[in-house]
Design a protein around this ligand. Structure first.
Ligand SMILES: [Ca+2]
Ligand SMILES: [Ca+2]
Ligand SMILES: [Ca+2]
Length: 245
């Protein structure tokens, strides 16, 4: 028993001394296009504010994959079109890696014409109220006179972009009627915190997604506690099972 205890103690000590390794993975997450209909603070005071989607498209929600090391690998967003309006194009994809209501990265898919690799850029833009002039709004994309969600961010201005840090493969976008999916595959890593947020919508802001997501990757501290707990259970079981001398 003493020898077993000593061995287990050494194993546990090594677990504490050796820096935690990346968890197994990858891990998946899912999200829905829940309320609000617009990003907080960006309602325009019209009947649009009560609508999830104004005509087409309707964003539904999606799924994503994170590596064991905590890096975003891919993101799928589901949507449907009830009518074909060929001039609707995608907006930028917004990422808030620590869910502090300040965007940290964008994928430059604003007005993307098709599939291909699009730039990943660091940004530093509060969701609302601090540097709103850095956003590209729905009004700037040729929708004047149409029924669309006015005055809502759909991308960022060029001067909001930091130095490009990588590329993201984008599936492209269709305006055909029916159910579809856009896919973002991250060719360069973006490290996510324990909670993160993402935002996306078309360049008319007819439907805007804003999702806060709990990172499914276990934190190293949690793993360590789990290991210590298992160690305790092993000792307890060993004691219970040992014949009394
Ligand atoms: Ca929707
Ligand atoms: Ca942030
Ligand atoms: Ca929505």
């Amino acid at each position: 028993m003493k020898r077993l205890f000593g061995t287990l103690t050494i194993i546990l000590a090594l677990g504490i001394l050796i820096p935690p390794q990346a968890s197994a993975g990858p891990f998946t997450f899912s999200f829905s296009d829940a309320q609000p209909n617009y990003w907080p603070g960006w309602g325009n005071g019209t009947g649009d504010d009560s609508k999830d989607h104004i005509g087409t498209p309707n964003l539904i929600g999606g799924t994503g994959v994170i590596s064991g090391g905590g890096y975003l690998l891919s993101l799928n967003i589901n949507y449907s079109h009830s009518a074909q309006i060929t001039s609707i194009k995608p907006g930028d994809l917004f990422l808030d890696v620590d869910a502090d209501s300040e965007w940290d990265f964008i994928v430059r898919t604003l007005n993307a014409n098709g599939s291909g690799n699009y730039g990943l850029y660091p940004v530093s833009i509060q969701l609302k109220g601090v540097n709103d002039s850095l956003y590209s709004l729905s009004n700037e994309h040729g929708w004047s006179g149409m029924n669309y969600r006015q005055d809502h961010p759909v991308g960022v201005k060029d001067n909001a972009l930091g130095t490009q840090t990588g590329w993201v493969s984008f599936s492209g976008w269709t305006t055909n009627t029916g159910s579809h999916q856009v896919v973002f595959e991250f060719l360069n890593p973006v490290l996510l915190g324990s909670e993160f947020a993402l935002g996306w919508g078309p360049n008319c802001a007819n439907d805007m997604l804003l999702a806060r997501i709990d990172n499914p990757v276990p934190e190293p501290g949690t793993l360590l506690l789990l290991g210590a707990g298992l160690f305790g259970i092993a000792i307890f079981a060993r004691k219970r099972l040992s014949p009394k001398s």
